[in-house]
Design a binder for this molecule. Structure first.
Ligand code: NI
Length: 400
């Protein structure tokens, strides 16, 4: 008899039975979104539910976030499962009965679904703890949406102590419910967020010869930095440089002495990532020198490239194939979005899978961060089944 399949069968049954309760968790969390590093009610709710499930809460020297543990037959190996917990400053327009009750805040990236899926995983595993060796550590991490993010403080607080592998997930409105998406290696971009200030010299609009126009310099900088993408980067690599905000000047007839630019650079190439500050300084410095101005460049925050481990993806593949069939696994494309799950993957092997939530019949086909973002809640059953079964398979030594 194949013992593994018996455990998988148990997990599917428990996940199915749990689903109504899981929907309640998710809807509560969806109704009460909190922004990055402000997730105090969310944290209190998670602690209450995790304690009710019999999990041990680890001390955490952070204002928000939770680390909880569940022991199996022994504590020989530890696997971590991570959910992010923060919402976005977006005014919800879904019209759902459990829509956000907090004006201007919304779980529009599915982190409410991640929490309910990982809570569900804890609930399922708590009922079969005599069936696996080792320990499962659940990481409910704050501030994913706001670099420098919550992953680094979680790691400083011991989130990865003795951890052999880490699992993560993100909902994906491009994948049908019931499907998961996997990709080995670099999958999400490194992020370099920066503030750039161009300093000129103010003066009268009609006497440019006596001034240094910071707006003219800034315009040249914005255009020239795009040339980094086309001329300084191997065309096989990809990168994006975007300025999301430009501000400067005071009046029509006054030459601006200063312009502030808020930008971000994304790339999947770690080599390129290291070169970016240098390339920015070279171009901006050259233009400023030519025009008689100067600049200051301040690095605000960064996330590394998210690098999925192929052995963990192989584990997901075997486990999910056994649970639901090979045809429900897709290979997903890399994206230039950033994700601080990458910080954990710099320390221990792991992988983030994409959880299909697409169901156009209920409007679950809007992009992330849309005010009309809707999720097919059935997806939580698939996500929970995979996380619980992959944890058991990993801890019981059925991994490469
Ligand atoms: Ni997200």
């Amino acid at each position: 008899m194949d013992n593994k399949n018996t455990i998988h069968g148990d997990i599917l049954g428990l996940a199915r039975k749990l689903h109504p309760r899981q929907i309640e968790w998710r809807r509560h969390l969806h109704s009460h979104p909190e922004l990055s590093d402000e997730e105090t009610q969310t944290t209190a709710y998670l602690v209450k539910e995790l304690k009710a499930l019999g999990l041990r809460i680890r001390p955490l020297n952070m204002t928000t976030g939770v680390i909880a543990e569940l022991d199996g037959r022994s504590s020989s190996r530890t696997v971590a499962i991570r959910s992010d917990i923060d919402a976005l400053p977006i005014a919800e327009q879904t019209g759902l009965p459990f829509a956000s009750v907090t004006p201007g805040k919304m779980h529009a990236c599915g982190h409410d679904v991640h929490m309910a899926t990982v809570l569900g995983t804890a609930a399922v595993l708590a009922q079969i703890r005599s069936e696996f060796d080792g320990r499962v550590r659940f990481l409910f991490q704050p501030a994913e949406e706001m670099p420098p993010g919550g992953a680094r403080p979680m790691i400083k607080n011991g989130a990865l102590d003795k951890v052999g592998a880490i699992f993560g997930l993100h909902v994906d409105p491009h994948l049908k419910t019931g499907k998961i998406g996997l990709r080995d290696g670099p999958t999400m971009a490194s992020v370099f967020d920066f503030d750039l200030t161009i300093h000129g010299r103010g003066g009268h609009a009609a006497r440019p010869q006596d001034a240094v126009d910071a707006i003219v310099i800034a315009a040249e900088v914005v255009n020239s930095l795009q040339t980094i993408i086309s001329r300084d980067i191997d065309p096989i690599d990809s990168a994006a440089i975007t300025f999301g905000k430009v501000s400067g000047g005071v009046a029509r007839n006054v030459i601006a002495d200063r312009v502030q630019l808020t930008g971000t650079v994304r790339t999947l190439s770690p080599k390129l990532f290291r070169k970016i500050p240098l390339l920015l300084k070279r171009t901006v410095g050259g233009i400023c020198k030519a025009r008689g101005g100067r600049f200051t460049l301040q690095a605000v925050a960064d996330y590394p490239v998210l690098n999925n481990d192929s052995a963990i993806n192989a584990l997901y593949t075997r486990t999910y194939t056994d649970l639901f069939g090979r045809s429900r696994i897709a290979v997903t494309d890399p994206v230039l979005g950033g994700e601080d799950f990458a910080c954990y993957l710099q320390k221990v092997p792991g992988a983030m899978f994409r959880l299909g939530i697409r169901n156009p019949k209920i409007g679950a086909d809007k992009p992330w961060h849309s005010p009309e973002f809707i999720v097919d809640e059935d997806a939580m059953y698939f996500g929970t089944s995979l996380l619980a079964a992959a944890a058991v398979d990993y801890l019981n030594g059925r991994t490469a």
